[in-house]
Design a protein around this ligand. Structure first.
Ligand code: GLN
Length: 305
């Protein structure tokens, strides 16, 4: 497996030069576009890796499936689905998804920003500090990294350059879809996106989802298998935003990307994969990362289709 990963890494390295690192906030524009790492955790608990797989980066949108899990654990499927729908939007992650029709919960999706902002408001807790701590705790469990923290510089950058997300949140509020103080909800969302991870941490989340809610090796259950099915299905249809259809054809497994260049992939019953390659395609997905997954899927027959 290590040999295969090394080979894929070298084959896909040239793609890193074709994309661009995210620059919507100054902190992310500092990333090294040539960084490339991959980490795989198999269902039997075996770890394999290649490249810059312990380099830290922020989780960004890959927090969305964890936010969804927290919301589901706290409120149940029915309530979450009433507030945030499950249909793919076919639009960019930060699209203002409103037209002349009034907006309602069924127009939202947990894997794009508007839906994720609503999910922050669904986490149980007396204050937003408490809600965020509960989300961080779940993220630590799922990544198997007890010391995960927020990258404060990225958080401050998100907060001070967050006009688009602020617009989305106030739009939700104006339609009565967001309860509570908008700035509190946004701070929770910005902090959630700024949690610092690496490829191993993402592979671990993928492994738990592939194992239908049980930790690799110990087999300890973190969440019910019905919720793994819910999250994996949404990852399949919307995890790569408006690139999800193409990704389903080329790779064929549930996955989630983030603008810092991470991808977390779930190969049901077989493995979790974490990738880091910060240069992105036009839809905001890691370019070399998607190519590495495509090759890995081809070599190991991972597509679920
Ligand atoms: N922090 C980013 C945003 O909300 C996360 C989006 C992403 O990773 N695609 O704009």
């Amino acid at each position: 497996m290590e040999e295969l990963l090394e080979r894929l890494l070298e084959e896909c390295r040239p793609f890193a030069a074709q994309g661009r690192v995210a620059d919507y906030i100054p902190e992310l524009a500092k990333a090294d576009p040539g960084a490339l790492g991959i980490y795989v955790i198999g269902s039997e608990g075996r770890h394999s890796w290649a490249g810059d797989c312990r380099q830290p980066f922020t989780i960004q949108s890959i927090i969305k499936p964890i936010l969804l899990l927290q919301a589901l654990l706290d409120n149940g499927v029915e309530e979450v689905q009433r507030r945030v729908g499950v249909e793919a939007t076919g639009k960019p992650f930060d699209a203002i998804n409103a037209s002349e029709q009034s907006l309602d919960g069924s127009h939202l999706n947990p894997m794009v920003n508007m839906g994720a902002i609503v999910m922050c408001s669904l986490i149980r807790g007396g204050s937003y500090e408490e809600r965020f701590q509960r989300l961080l705790e779940l993220t630590r469990q799922l990544t198997g990294e007890e010391t995960l923290e927020v990258n404060e510089a990225v958080y401050r950058s998100e907060k001070s350059h967050g006009s688009k997300n602020r617009a989305l949140a106030y739009l939700l509020k104006s339609y009565g879809l967001l309860e509570g103080d908008v700035e509190d909800v946004l701070n929770c969302y910005f902090r959630a996106c700024s949690i610092q991870v690496d490829c191993r941490a993402l592979a671990h989340v993928g492994a738990v989802l592939s194992n239908r809610g049980r930790m690799p090796v110990s087999n300890r259950r973190v969440f019910p298998s019905s919720l793994a099915r819910y999250v994996n299905a949404i990852l399949m249809t919307c995890g790569m935003y408006n690139g999800s259809g193409e990704f389903a054809i080329r790779v064929g497994v549930p996955a989630k990307s983030g603008v810092a260049g991470g991808i977390m992939a779930v190969v049901p019953t077989r493995m979790g994969v974490g990738i880091y390659a910060p240069s992105l395609d036009r839809k905001g997905n890691s370019l070399a990362g998607s190519r590495m997954l495509e090759r890995l899927s081809g070599e190991l027959y991972l597509s679920i289709f």
